[in-house]
Design a protein. Sequence first.
Length: 237
Amino acid sequence: MAEGKISENIEEYLEVLYRNGSNGEQVSTTQLSKDLGIAPGSVTQMLKKLEDLGYIGYTPYKGATLTEEGMKIAQKITRKHRILEKFLLDVLKVKEENVHEQACEMEHTLSDEAERALCTMLHHPDLCPDENVIPACDFDFGSCQECFSQKDFDQVINRKFNLLSISELTGNSEGTISFIRGNDDLLDDIAGTGIKVGQHLKYEYNENRIGNHYLVSIDENELNIPVEMANNIFIRI
């Protein structure tokens, strides 16, 4: 769907759904009502509308899950919000208690081109000030080096599928490594482990989180990945 045709209200709902269920978890109406500060009846009406638009799957009395299209929009607005928080706090030195509200006001109007410029200026951050993972961009690159080498934004195309970082996975998952984020040093460190785009990754949620490391299987070889890398290795589920 073309940018600019989605209301801020819809983006807010999808953002909250993503925050609570980024890996396909069902989010209850009660949770949405609490997070949005909106009466449950009004939330139910909006969920029915979002289902009609194809952004969510909705089960009465149980809750909602994001569809692929809903996930794409939710990741995009969440990414812009968290990058703006980082910019407002680290660069503009806005008071920490004001950062979230100001990012909420700005996220809906931040263009993709400006988002990309902010990401580059901030050296491809992986965490917002609240230490939540910043979702991957939806530009069709395999790494930030590829993105940086493309100077003309008009030549940048969007990725057709959604990604999750290893550290965002909340259940047993497997998929193809499709994007690796970071500055040159981090990309070199990740490459030094033998990890690269195109490999198959498998992760068992309940057993494979070990302190600040993630035990994963990549092309059937087990690797212990520190969280700093896990935040920046993205797979297509």
